[in-house]
Design a protein around this ligand. Structure first.
Ligand code: SAH
Ligand code: SF4
Length: 382
């Protein structure tokens, strides 16, 4: 368990929040910028290392504040360059963060919750149930940890982390305030300076929160569609029963058009053999998405034990892609990366404390995962 110190954790504060903090301790607001650079550009967690801050203020800060990232439980590097961190959060659960290098791009896949309450039928995170929301410091702390592993920002001409996707464990829109604060720090030049186009929030469809998101931030949006009609989506993505497709797509369309520029919605579609991978599903998708500016990312199912689903054949995947492509869509098939370190989509399990049993028992998904998985289809991961 993480020790609670009662000090303010500066890691998770946005620039305006940090300015208010300095106000509240009777100090100048410009200190916020200095401290943010130390934290996020230089990866510093020790006030004594902040050489442009006098000793008296450093002592004052030490008494009331701290810079505390989540505890690193493990760091693995795959043969393909993918990196995976398992970090422990305050609730005692562990979540996972994955870094995927590809060409000139480095994408960090960040978790927002320990477990997930939404229970999509093909997702191993969902199978664990919900344990806790991550704090803003725990969300941005994953970027902080990954970034530190590549050295400080000013030292590198090319930043290692060029893109962030909120596609790790959890439903980011159900941990709204903390995820928004963390994304603001990702985009802030005093934080990680990542452009709004390159920070993407992925949601399974929490409609009211898509509307809220639009009011506070302009990051890119990805929708986990997975089915082209309500009957099938009700089974695969249960939140569809509450917010069905028509309502959901209208909300996404509004979000995208509010962004103003030439921005498009990303559609994620996990292909499950014999379930949602038939030509008729692709044809229905063409009709459904006809008026929505989007790019489609097909994700061949990543198997995990006892899921009850299988990955479609390469031929079936190509056929599905072709139908969408011929209808004029920009369609990519996501490569499975980092499979040797269990870092693929839907394989992120961490160690979520099982709250329903009110015990310190960890769900043994990790043990189940030591069973072999089938060879992946390899194309390009976006
Ligand atoms: N909760 C959010 C973000 C996390 S999941 C959401 O659902 O969008 C990130 C993506 O991985 C989602 O599109 C999700 O549906 C997909 N995914 C989950 N389990 C998977 C699996 N076993 N194989 C392939 N993709 C999976
Ligand atoms: Fe939750 Fe996303 Fe998994 Fe669905 S796919 S259970 S929303 S993490």
């Amino acid at each position: 368990m993480t020790v609670t110190t009662g000090k303010v954790n500066l890691l998770g504060l946005t620039q305006p929040q940090l300015e208010s903090f300095f106000d509240s301790i009777g100090e100048k607001r410009f200190r916020a910028g200095q401290v943010m650079k130390w934290i996020h550009h230089f990866g510093v967690d020790d006030f004594d290392a902040m050489s442009n801050i006098g000793k008296a203020l450093r002592e004052k800060l030490k008494a009331s504040a701290e810079i505390r990232g989540p505890e690193i439980v493990s760091e693995d590097i795959s043969t393909d360059g993918t990196r995976k961190w398992v970090v422990r959060v305050a609730s005692g659960s562990c979540v996972e963060t994955v870094y995927i290098p590809q060409g000139g791009r480095g994408t960090l896949c960040v978790s927002s919750q320990a477990g997930c309450a939404l229970d999509c039928s093909f997702c191993s995170t969902g199978k664990q149930g919900f344990n806790s929301n991550l704090t803003a410091a725990e969300v941005i702390g994953q970027v902080w940890i990954a970034n530190k592993s590549f050295g400080t920002i000013p030292a590198k001409v090319d930043r290692a982390i060029t893109n962030v996707v909120m596609m790790g464990m959890g439903e980011p829109l159900l941990n709204f305030d903390n995820v928004v604060a963390a994304m603001q720090i990702m985009m802030d030049d005093l934080g990680y300076g990542i452009s709004k186009r390159k920070v993407t929030l992925s949601t399974s469809g929490v409609v009211p929160m898509i509307e809220e998101l639009s009011k506070v931030i302009d990051v890119s949006l990805a929708l986990s569609l997975h089915a082209p009609n309500d009957e099938l989506r009700d089974q695969l993505v249960p939140i569809n029963k509450k917010y069905p497709l028509e309502m959901l797509l209208a909300a996404c369309q509004r979000y995208i058009s509010n962004l103003g520029e030439k921005r498009v919605l990303t559609i994620e579609y996990t292909l499950l053999q014999g379930v949602n991978d038939q030509p008729e599903h692709a044809e229905q998708m063409v009709v459904l998405l006809a008026k929505i500016p989007c790019k489609i990312n097909l994700i061949p199912f990543n198997p995990f034990p006892h899921s009850g689903y299988e990955r479609p054949s390469n031929n079936a995947i190509r056929h599905f892609q072709d139908i969408l492509h011929k209808a004029g869509h920009n369609v990519t098939v996501r490569t499975t990366r980092g499979e040797d370190i269990d870092a693929a989509c839907g394989q992120l399990v961490g160690q979520v404390l099982d709250r329903t049993r009110r015990s310190e028992r960890y769900i043994a998904v990790r043990q189940l995962q030591s069973e072999p998985v089938t060879t992946p289809v390899a194309t390009n991961r976006s």
